[in-house]
Write a protein that binds this ligand. Structure first.
Ligand SMILES: Cc1cc2nc3c(=O)[nH]c(=O)nc-3n(C[C@H](O)[C@H](O)[C@H](O)COP(=O)(O)OP(=O)(O)OC[C@H]3O[C@@H](n4cnc5c(N)ncnc54)[C@H](O)[C@@H]3O)c2cc1C
Length: 402
């Protein structure tokens, strides 16, 4: 067992940390207040190669491993959740699905420009009336000759108004005995006629990020845009979540770290009853709790990243990492606000934003309730993972760097 990070890992960590600290940190409060994503963020992440970090060089990426992706997500969310959300959807939920399920032609058409950061990508699963219950979705894709005609609406979609390519899941077989088997996945280019999209404002958190809705009315796409086989949509969507949840887990770990660092700093600065509040054992207890959850969350996501590198199925381990880290980050952010007293309750300090941002991750990519059901299902032998037709490829430095 080797717990050491490689030289490459440390390079990625430092590069992403520098970007987030120097370029985003100074403007993040203002973006959060205005509920706007800073226009430079996506092009700059593209320029730095972050948007293609764990995609092989021959597909336009940086050829790094999956642990590098996790480390990058941790560093991004130390500064703001909205930065990590970009990686969750563009990389975890879309580009990695193309790497796993795409034909060579689809990789050339969609993955290469995404990994190069010339096109941004997102993931359209949730609908106004179907979230956790994916098979309850109402979007349809009707085959007509060499085309599919897509109708339906997606809701709560990150980068809805920024993305060029949406991985869209829709019902192709309304008669399927099991509704899960009637779904298929498509790559929909957002400039096709019949597509409209808009932003959602008034969110509790991730206000510096973009979340919106997308509607398709008689949108025609060629059959070549279907990802995987007809009827594989549910399996593809779940495999996307194995990767998206990994980025959420790593990011939430960064949010715990940010809460810890802010609390340690403030505990040394603030005085009460003639001493710095760091001297009070009840404050120390909160800080110790953050240290504990940071280390546990980090080990859980690194294990999932290691399993991805080895090509091992990691649905259980990734779900556990995501559930643990997101619940723990909410607790850490809440305790950080408490350490800051009334100042923590205002946006003069960052901790109130951490608290607002941490709540979303307990809801998206599987609510905590869904992850509890999954973990109980594995423990009770109600749930096993059958092999997939296409698995996420194991990391091989020679092939990735070729
Ligand atoms: C900021 C943000 C960004 C998002 N980005 C995306 C995106 O890019 N793409 C995308 O497709 N979606 C996205 N989502 C949507 C997100 O994935 C869904 O909100 C999530 O899956 C939950 O679905 P829901 O909101 O419909 O809640 P529901 O499924 O309606 O759940 C409501 C409540 O019931 C509970 N519940 C449901 N079923 C069960 C059960 N079987 N047992 C016990 N409790 C249950 C849930 O845990 C929850 O507490 C985003 C959401 C947010 C907030």
């Amino acid at each position: 067992m080797d717990f050491a990070l490689s030289e490459e890992h440390r390079f990625v960590q430092q590069m992403v940390r520098d970007f987030a600290h120097k370029e985003v940190s100074p403007i993040i409060k203002e973006c959060d207040r205005k509920q706007e994503m800073a226009p430079f963020v996506l092009p700059r992440m593209a320029e730095l190669g972050i948007l293609g970090i764990c995609i092989p060089v021959r597909y336009g990426g940086q050829g790094m491993d999956y642990i590098s992706l996790g480390l990058a997500c941790e560093e991004l969310e130390v500064i703001d959740t909205s930065l990590r959300v970009i990686m969750s959807v563009h990389m975890g939920l879309n580009s990695m699905a193309l790497l796993q399920w795409g034909t060579e032609e689809q990789k050339q058409r969609f993955l290469v420009p995404q990994a190069q950061g010339k096109k941004y990508a997102g993931f359209g699963l949730t609908e106004p009336n179907a979230g956790s219950d994916v098979a309850g979705m109402q979007s349809t894709a009707r085959r007509e000759g060499d085309e599919y005609v897509i109708n339906g609406e997606k809701m709560w979609i990150s980068l809805a108004t920024k993305m060029h390519h949406c991985l869209w899941v829709a019902r192709t077989d309304p008669q399927a005995a099991d509704p899960h088997d009637g779904l298929s996945a498509f790559i929909v280019e957002m400039d096709r006629p019949g597509i409209t999209a808009g932003d959602i404002h008034g969110k509790l958190g991730v206000r510096a990020g973009s979340t919106g809705w997308i509607a398709c009315q008689d949108v025609r796409i060629p059959v070549e845009n279907r990802l995987g086989e007809e009827g594989e949509g549910f399996k593809i969507a779940m495999s996307c979540l194995d990767n998206g949840r990994y980025t959420v887990a790593a990011g939430a770990t960064g949010l715990i770290r940010a809460s810890l660092e802010a609390s340690v700093k403030y505990a040394h600065e603030r005085n009460a009853f003639g001493r710095e509040i760091a001297r009070f054992q009840l404050i120390q207890q909160k800080i110790a709790g953050m240290v504990q959850s940071y280390d546990a969350a980090r080990l859980l996501y690194l294990r999932a990243g290691w399993m991805k590198n080895q090509g091992l199925r990691n649905t259980r381990e990734t779900s556990l990492a995501k559930w643990y880290a997101t619940d723990a980050s909410f607790m850490a952010a809440s305790e950080a606000v408490q350490v800051h007293g009334a100042y923590g309750y205002s946006d003069e300090y960052d901790v109130e934003r951490y608290l607002r941002n941490s709540k979303g991750a307990i809801i998206y990519e599987g609510t905590s309730e869904i992850h509890q059901l999954m973990q109980a299902g594995y423990a009770l032998n109600f749930r096993q993972d059958a092999p997939l037709r296409c698995e996420l490829p194991a990391y091989d430095p020679e092939i990735w760097q070729e």
